[in-house]
Design a protein around this ligand. Structure first.
Ligand code: CA
Length: 331
């Protein structure tokens, strides 16, 4: 396969702290020989495991970028053993635009793997992670939040995997991350995801959903910052012991956890994030807004559990994910 068009301005094998860019040539109207300059930091000290840390896979999710811009400026080489590679905003054009997908090609980074070196801008970035960065990593943390259209309980997550040893190591790191909730996560559509690419390569992959609505809170940013530090400590890369508190384990056992809108309209939440629901309980109403006098559609829970995610904006469209219910795993 042809070489990636991306050239890093850092040397991933060099010792010390480096701040630079993944430079991707992008010729366009306002810059004939221009480039997309994706910020990257690498901190390396001797032999040890490599952690690859990413945020901004979706451009409207902020806890990851906050935690990783902060970590990149503060991580000191003498504090670590091994290597930390930090890309705070993976889909950088999407991050700059404040949108889930790239304004250049509408590319959804998390549906673009394995990518292509001769594809669109988003596919070229995915290809670089697939063939250059993931192979360097032992553990991979990719931060997500709900973005502008979803809102989540703050949780760290990993997937049920065919390789049970790999799965156990991932859940161990989820526990170490120390978010208030920890999720055994089911994907609606795992094809093309960065998660799947990393897991198929045998990497220990964990992710998060830490709030949403297209913004961050002091609390959610704090969870992200503490979590990434805990992860690096637990992996033996960062000196010191992880400050892991209590976490509640949640499970998404099957597709019954998701509810989707069949009609558009005005959404009335009937339960809030973290509230307990039983099978058949109405979790939201959707009012048709074309005229008055029409009964709302009720969205009902299809399993027992707690509300783990909700649609965020006040208006909903047909097909939107309205709610996610997760089962509480007994302690
Ligand atoms: Ca996301």
């Amino acid at each position: 396969m042809r070489a990636s068009p991306i050239s890093p301005t850092v040397d991933f094998s060099a010792e010390g702290v480096q701040h630079g860019f993944l430079r991707l040539p992008y010729s366009r109207d306002d810059s004939a020989w221009g480039s997309v300059m994706i910020p990257v930091s690498v901190v390396k000290n001797g032999e040890g495991p490599t952690a690859l840390l990413t945020g901004g896979n979706h451009g409207d999710e902020y806890e990851g970028p906050i935690a990783l811009f902060d970590l990149a400026r503060s991580l000191k080489v003498e504090e670590i053993t091994g290597r930390v590679i930090i890309v705070p905003a993976m889909n950088y054009p999407a991050f700059l635009a404040g949108t889930r997908t790239s304004p250049i090609d509408k590319g959804n980074m998390n549906r673009s793997f394995p990518g292509a070196p001769n594809g669109t801008v988003t596919q070229k970035i995915a290809d670089y992670f697939q063939r250059m960065l993931l192979p360097l990593a032992d553990i991979v943390l990719d931060f997500h939040s709900g973005g502008r259209t979803l809102d989540f309980l703050p949780f760290c997550a990993a997937h049920i995997l065919p390789d049970k040893a790999q799965e156990a190591k991932a859940f161990e790191l989820v526990h170490a991350f120390g978010a208030p909730w920890s999720m055994k996560m089911l994907e609606i559509d795992a094809v093309g995801m960065y998660d799947t690419a990393a897991e198929e390569m045998g990497k220990i992959f964990i992710t998060t959903e830490l709030g949403g609505g297209g913004t961050a809170t002091a609390k959610s940013a704090g969870i992200a910052k503490r979590g990434v530090t805990n992860l690096l400590k637990s992996a033996g890369i960062l000196n010191g012991a992880a400050q892991t508190g209590q976490t509640v384990w949640l499970d998404m056992p099957d597709g019954n956890c998701f509810s989707f809108a069949e009609d558009g309209g005005l959404i009335e939440p009937l339960v809030d994030l973290g509230d307990t629901v039983k099978t058949g309980d109405a979790v939201a109403r959707i009012y048709p807004v074309g005229r008055t006098g029409i009964a709302p559609q009720e969205i009902r829970a299809k399993m027992d559990g707690i509300l783990a995610a909700r649609h965020f904006p006040g208006l909903v469209k047909p097909g939107d994910c309205v709610s996610v219910v997760a089962a509480v795993v007994p302690a």
